[in-house]
Design a protein around this ligand. Sequence first.
Ligand SMILES: Nc1ncnc2c1ncn2[C@@H]1O[C@H](COP(=O)(O)OP(=O)(O)OP(=O)(O)O)[C@@H](O)[C@H]1O
Length: 282
Amino acid sequence: MILLFQISFITISWIDILDILLVSIIIYKLYKLLRGSVAVKVFIGILFIYAFYLIVKASGMELLRSILGQFMGVGVLAAFILFQQEIRKFLQMIGKSTSQNNSLIKDWFSKGKPGGKAELNLAPIIDSVKIFSQTNTGALIVFSKTSELRFYAESGDILDAELSKRLLIAIFQKNSPLHDGAVIVSAGRIKAARCIIPVSENDKIPAHMGLRHRAAIGLTEVTDAVVLIVSEETGGVSIAYNGEIYYNLNKSDIRSKLRSFIYDDDEQIAHEVKNIRYESLH
Ligand SMILES: Nc1ncnc2c1ncn2[C@@H]1O[C@H](COP(=O)(O)OP(=O)(O)OP(=O)(O)O)[C@@H](O)[C@H]1O
């Protein structure tokens, strides 16, 4: 092992630095994920007990070490049961960044080749959203990017139908059996309707945003999907992406936001477009 430096009797190597760095990143990511939820208190409690266990172990207190050791063994199992949802979110977050990197590599290789990315026809979406907004019809439309979102599509009814204004209007009509939940659009087709998507637990989401908006934000926290929301209450149109929500959008904002987020095009410029109400939830 390559020795880096020594502080009294402790020798520190590059591996130790890397080890500390990786553990700090994992703890920070976990804390960020749990922040605002009840689980954060349990997480901090476990961290304290573990730190205490390490001190007891290093100081050679055998009896206390063996008691705490037993507790830590059961504690790991208990943590898996207690944090089921958070662990799933954490793994989904890792999966999200991995699939984004894969798509970057794919895009890089497909540069210049025609048909690298399927072109989505935005006209039926913009036209139907205009009608939903004018008639105060609630709608939740998910656009998949690198993942087909099969898991979420299967929570609803699979349609695999051509994307059209008429079909979108028929689905979200208040007396339609498919109007509840989200529609998933993937590869330019309506994959499924009545889908259940994960609800965000972010406590920075304004109180006036209900479950429809929370679910839209929630899905974009764990996938790279873009979600369009029409409020049943106000007719207002919002777009959620990457855990953030952009609201009170007009027709041209909707078009430009959808374009920039779905095709990762001019994302930064779109961020700075004036008059767009943007809620930073991070
Ligand atoms: N987890 C979910 N997945 C998919 N759809 C959901 C989910 N939770 C709620 N919804 C949809 O949102 C509707 C309820 O919306 P709610 O009124 O609570 O939200 P909201 O954000 O206040 O929207 P609105 O402004 O339209 O009232 C449900 O009827 C359902 O269609």
